[in-house]
Design a protein around this ligand. Structure first.
Ligand SMILES: [Zn+2]
Length: 223
């Protein structure tokens, strides 16, 4: 099942977190709910692969569990035009390794990643990672950085959310850890890819998430 992400052409806001997303926002459309931002749609862990390299796109699409087609309305042509795919970062890496040849799409992809990275606040990131290790001493080594980076991207430029997150409240850190566990340690993404509603899918993986969360929070050294 293909999920679609739309790049808006008018001002949009998320119907769940009520964040004002501005023009050219990336949204999903949910039946009876309207627009959702990618964070609320649980798709903000995906990486954008612009159209243009057929082989890379085919391979990345094959290796990713969850993917979405990115579409933008063309006023000139009066129809939606495909901009590329959102795929998992590991899937893109694997596809790139297979497509040895460099390409324009790859360069553009790097530029997009660099742009996102530029938004990261290094200090915030470090503090988040430290706090995470305090709260979850058994979080596998290195994961705290992945989680912190993702949380940092998610909160950057979002006034309503950053205030809470910047206080490094245990709750904010725990939410980020839960989202990470859901995406990396459970079937959550494949359930979404199969068309499950988010709440339904969360329900399904809830006990696995709780078990891993408890294990990571257990006192002691990293395992
Ligand atoms: Zn939202």
């Amino acid at each position: 099942m293909d999920l679609n992400v739309f790049i808006t052409t008018t001002d949009a806001s998320c119907s769940e977190c009520e964040e004002k997303l501005g023009r050219s926002a990336w949204i999903t459309l949910v039946e009876n709910k309207g627009a959702l931002c990618l964070a609320c749609a649980d798709m903000d862990h995906l990486t954008f692969l612009p159209s243009g390299d057929a082989a890379l796109t085919r391979r990345a699409g094959k290796y990713t569990i969850l993917k979405a087609v990115v579409l933008k309305w063309s006023r000139a042509r009066n129809r939606y035009e495909r901009q590329g795919l959102l795929v998992e970062a590991q899937a893109l890496e694997r596809a790139e390794q297979e497509c040895l040849a460099d390409s324009e799409a790859r360069t553009r992809c790097r530029e997009w990643e660099a742009e996102r990275r530029a938004e990261l606040d290094q200090q915030y990131l470090d503090r988040f990672a430290v706090r995470l290790c305090e709260l979850f001493p058994r979080c596998p080594p290195g994961r705290e950085l992945v989680i912190a980076e993702h949380a940092c991207l998610k909160y950057s430029g979002r006034v309503g959310r950053s205030a809470a997150a910047k206080q490094m409240e245990a709750e904010a850190v725990e939410l980020a850890v839960i989202a990470h566990i859901r995406h990396t340690e459970t079937d959550y993404d494949s359930l979404l890819a199969k068309g499950y509603e988010r709440l339904e899918a969360r329900d399904q993986v809830g006990s696995v998430v709780a078990r891993i969360l408890a294990r990571w929070a257990a006192p002691g050294s990293k395992s």
